[in-house]
Design a protein around this ligand. Structure first.
Ligand SMILES: *[C@@H]1O[C@H](CO)[C@@H](O)[C@H](O)[C@H]1NC(C)=O
Ligand SMILES: *[C@@H]1O[C@H](CO)[C@@H](O)[C@H](O)[C@H]1NC(C)=O
Ligand SMILES: *[C@@H]1O[C@H](CO)[C@@H](O)[C@H](O)[C@H]1NC(C)=O
Length: 472
């Protein structure tokens, strides 16, 4: 989790094996992994503090802390993380305090606030990208006392949305954001406004989930859970393999020091396999947009969209008019009324749509072997789509089998619904990604949650700890 190791590497996001840079060399015995050592010693204290915090038996110590708080003996401190994602920007303001009992670090609260669209939507107007973030900054300022601003580190990490933009456009956006944050009164540094690579994103998310679930207590890889994060532009698979699994994995394994123990962590970020990036490729069949007039919506027709749909969709600064196929598939359905007649219902031809999606997901060659042996926590878009079709409760989350995504996909594809024009495509993509991309079985369980113990599942908490450890 040390940002400095980043300089040792080249690209981390790859779905095409030919793009893989030489960090993993096949046929080099003993050099199969790019081993990176990361120090997180201080976090050990943090972990103990949180573990105490959650266990009733330790309520006594918490009560003393709380008392100290009310007498103003303890000062809270804050870390602000801005997640500039491809579909939206989110601000998380974490507050911690150092416990009077042994100086442990205790995570108290977090403010979560978000806006849409993401900064990458302002590719042509970088100043507006920065302006869009001031709403978030104002909310953050509302929860952190002004006297603390100058001591509060602020970090903005952009993810796949900016990774997918041409380099100079991404840099212009970052430049404008940096200017805005320099005037904010918060502590920033040279590196605090940047594009985060997929490896950090994966490791930070994995850290957050396992930390909140208290899975680091034994440092046994078998006790940790796998983290599946489905963003807009990219998707990450991260878990700690045991030594036999590690042998089967072709690279992407890092040695990460968690609470003074080295753990092997596999993380792979698949650029272009985020839900929105995949949707765009599936809808457009990889159409080249370079020479198109930006003012007009680009009309695309897709087998994965119901024939009655005609809807506008914005992604990556382009505006699409999305329609179903010209001669769409219909299905005769018996009506419920007394006449017993039949209606001609327009549907998505599921097998046709499936072929397109299987072809796209088939680009993933490097499967995460051993993933299905872990408990798998899936969040972000996995969670959102599952709740939208009633697979899990939006407040409590839940556990499903991956085949539940397939069943729901087939149901929704068979029904015209202009309110959710992409739900058929999205659910089918998610299922095929899990099955073909990651090698999961229909019966593999997925734990779908948005929050654990009141804290958002995202890479931001991991990133905040990294700042506390290594500075901005
Ligand atoms: C972690 O691994 C590095 C080498 O990869 C080693 O130098 C270090 O001592 C190890 N730390 C622990 C706590 O085992
Ligand atoms: C749609 O069907 C009509 C009539 O069967 C046919 O003439 C036309 O070529 C078809 N269009 C496409 C795009 O398949
Ligand atoms: C879907 O499309 C295929 C190939 O065009 C066709 O053979 C099949 O009958 C279609 N399915 C339905 C339900 O119409």
């Amino acid at each position: 989790m040390d940002v400095r190791r980043r300089k040792l590497k080249t690209e981390n996001d790859d779905i095409f094996e030919v793009d893989t840079k030489p960090r993993i060399k096949k046929g080099h015995p003993g050099k199969r992994y790019f081993v990176v050592v990361v120090l997180l010693g201080i976090l050990f204290l943090g972990y103990i503090a949180i573990a105490y915090d959650l266990k009733p038996v330790h309520l006594g110590s918490k009560a003393i802390d709380t008392l100290a708080f009310s007498f103003n003996l303890q000062k809270p401190f804050y870390v602000v993380v801005i997640d500039a994602g491809s579909t939206g920007s989110r601000a998380l303001a974490f507050s911690f305090h150092e416990s009077i009992l042994g100086g442990n670090l205790v995570l108290d609260d977090e403010l979560y606030t978000d806006i849409k669209p993401g900064v990458s939507a302002y590719a042509e107007k970088p100043k507006d990208a920065a302006k869009s973030l001031t709403v978030l900054l104002d909310k953050v300022k509302g929860v952190i006392p002004q006297v603390e601003w100058q001591h509060t580190p602020l970090s903005m990490k952009a993810t796949a949305g900016l990774r997918l933009l041409p380099g100079h456009k991404a840099q212009e956006i970052l430049q404008e954001c940096r200017k805005m944050f320099e005037d904010s009164g918060f502590q920033i540094s040279k590196n605090s406004i940047s594009i985060m690579d997929g490896t950090d994103e994966g490791i930070f998310s994995w850290f957050t989930v396992n930390f909140l679930l208290e899975r680091f207590a034994t440092h046994n890889p078998g006790n940790t859970v796998a983290a599946l994060d489905l963003g807009g532009g990219s998707t990450q698979v991260t878990f700690s393999p045991d030594s036999t699994q590690e042998k089967k994995l072709d690279g992407h394994v890092y040695s990460v020091n968690i609470f003074n123990h080295n753990m092997s962590v596999y993380t792979h970020s698949y650029l272009g396999m985020g839900l929105m990036a995949a949707r765009k490729e599936i809808l457009t069949h990889g159409m080249n947009l370079d020479n198109l007039n930006l003012k007009d919506a680009i009309e695309v027709r897709s087998e994965c969209v119901n024939p009655i749909v005609s809807t506008e969709w914005n992604y990556g600064g382009f505006n699409y008019l999305v329609k179903g196929p010209v001669n769409g598939t219909h299905k005769l359905v018996k009506t419920q009324n007394f006449a017993g007649g039949e209606v001609d219902r327009p549907i998505v031809n599921f097998s046709e749509c499936l072929k397109i999606i299987e072809k796209y997901v088939g680009r993933i060659k490097n499967k995460p072997e051993g993933l299905k042996d872990h408990e798998i926590y899936a969040f972000s878009y996995y969670f959102d789509r599952a709740t939208e079709v009633g697979l899990v409760d939006p407040f409590f989350g839940g556990i499903i089998q991956t085949s539940a995504f397939l069943k729901q996909a087939m149901d929704v594809c068979d029904y015209p619904n202009t309110d959710q024009p992409f739900i058929c495509l999205d659910l089918t993509f998610i299922y095929i990604l899990l099955r073909d991309g990651f090698g999961l079985e229909p019966t593999t369980k997925l734990y779908l949650y948005k929050k654990i113990n009141g804290h958002e599942l995202s890479w931001a908490l991991g990133a905040a700890f990294n700042i506390i450890q290594n500075g901005l």
